[in-house]
Design a protein around this ligand. Structure first.
Ligand code: ZN
Length: 425
């Protein structure tokens, strides 16, 4: 390992550990942008004196741009998209639940969670708290709650039958003993947020595994952490934009969306107008008319960065022969002719040239015909904007588990490739 690789890996692990919720993933990206000289523009601002390096936050999403020094009204946008959210358990408004002498937290299952992976983990609580006079974020990085698995003595055929979990009946965490009392969670939260219970009007709070990111393997080749899907891509996109040089006659853009895991249909999701509004306002600010803006879209490209499935050594039959990415052999270009991924032959060729210029190896992922294929923000972005898009992602195992697994080489390689893309490769 070289020093640059160690720095990258340490920064990725710091990003993951400081981002237990989409709100924190957004804040962690913004902290890196601000340190690199990016200036905030509010959605309510007129885009008059728009900074060359700027960002706009909307909910737990952020769009940032670096306008090249030679860029004109129809110069291309080079966009990288990713998502800040991950499957998890979120705290319901009336949180105090329980019975049989246990205090429990009422939670809602968010996204396509691998439910069994949340059993018997020490869970912290993080996210956004709405206050009478604004909002704040909290991150309680201590074991507060746990979803206890039923003992094998009370579930004798669990290993043969599989763990069967009902989202409503079986996923309610315990967080103390005694009789549940209404308002208790709000009081606890107020203490952690340093406000009074009456100040709190609502929250968007995720439970998360408090175990920090760890390098794994006798050869230190693997990275274990929660939320690798898709914070590893958020990190790679952000550091690439921060470290890339002047994009010249182009504008480099990152769009980190919320709500991908639940279909992207929201004001801060990829199916909403967030990215479209920012790039149109940027075009208008730089003197483009509507026709020039549409011409700009026609010259632009988008890399949708979201993790891919590495081949699983215990389930090789689940993977298409000839299209089985392995960790630490480079990001995968993801193709699906049924448009679950946005990659076209042309956009795949475009990104192959980027990988070559960046000196980064790459692989190809295609799913089996008899296996449903996941999707990403790629097809949504391509459909909304009409921009040529390619789906790319680092290979990983345990996707949508509370603790996922990827290679240590692939995320820094993805950042390296995205840097070259922003610089015009
Ligand atoms: Zn994802």
């Amino acid at each position: 390992m070289n020093t640059q690789h160690d720095n990258n890996l340490n920064d990725l692990m710091a990003y993951l550990d400081s981002s237990p919720s989409p709100w924190h993933a957004t804040a962690s990206a913004i902290a890196r942008l601000v340190a690199a000289g990016f200036v905030e523009v509010a959605a309510t601002d007129a885009f008059n004196d728009v900074p060359a390096k700027g960002y706009m936050q909307r909910g737990a999403a952020v769009v940032a741009w670096h306008h090249g020094s030679q860029a004109g009204p129809t110069s291309p946008l080079r966009i990288v998209g990713a998502h800040t959210d991950s499957p998890c358990l979120k705290v319901k408004p009336h949180a105090d639940a329980g019975g049989c002498g246990w205090k429990q937290l009422a939670v809602e299952v968010y996204g396509g969670t691998l439910l069994n992976s949340w059993l018997d983990r020490d869970l912290g609580i993080a996210g956004r708290v709405e206050l009478r006079d604004g909002w704040t974020t909290v991150s309680v990085n201590e074991p507060i709650a746990r979803v206890p698995q039923l003992a094998i003595h009370l579930d004798r055929d669990v290993n043969e039958r599989g763990v069967i979990l009902d989202k409503q009946a079986h996923m309610t965490p315990v967080w103390g003993v005694g009789a549940a009392r209404d308002g208790e969670f709000r009081e606890w939260l107020a203490g952690r947020a340093d406000v009074t219970p009456a100040d709190i009007l609502g929250w968007d709070l995720s439970l998360f595994d408090v175990t920090t990111a760890a390098v794994l393997g006798a050869d230190a080749s693997l990275l274990a952490a929660g939320r690798l899907d898709n914070q590893a891509s958020c990190w790679a996109a952000t550091v690439a934009l921060c470290h890339a040089g002047d994009p010249g006659a182009a504008t480099a853009v990152i769009a980190l969306f919320d709500h991908e895991e639940v279909g992207s249909q929201s004001a801060s999701g990829a199916a909403g107008p967030l990215l479209e509004h920012v790039i149109e306002r940027l075009a208008l600010a730089h003197g483009a008319d509507r026709s020039q803006y549409l011409a700009q879209l026609a010259t632009s490209s988008c890399v949708s960065a979201d993790n891919a499935h590495s081949v699983h050594p215990n389930y090789p039959e689940r993977h298409e022969a000839g299209h089985r990415p392995v960790v630490n052999q480079g990001p995968a270009i993801k193709l699906n002719n049924n448009q679950r991924y946005a990659t076209s032959a042309a956009s795949a060729a475009m990104v192959q040239r980027v990988f070559e210029v960046a000196g980064v190896p790459w692989q190809v992922f295609v799913s089996r015909n008899n296996m449903p294929c996941g999707t990403t923000i790629g097809p949504i972005t391509a459909t909304r904007l009409g921009i040529d898009t390619v789906d790319v992602g680092i290979p990983q195992l345990s996707m949508h588990s509370a603790r996922e697994l990827c290679g240590t080489q692939d995320p820094p390689w993805l950042a390296q490739a995205l840097t070259a893309y922003f610089e015009g490769a």
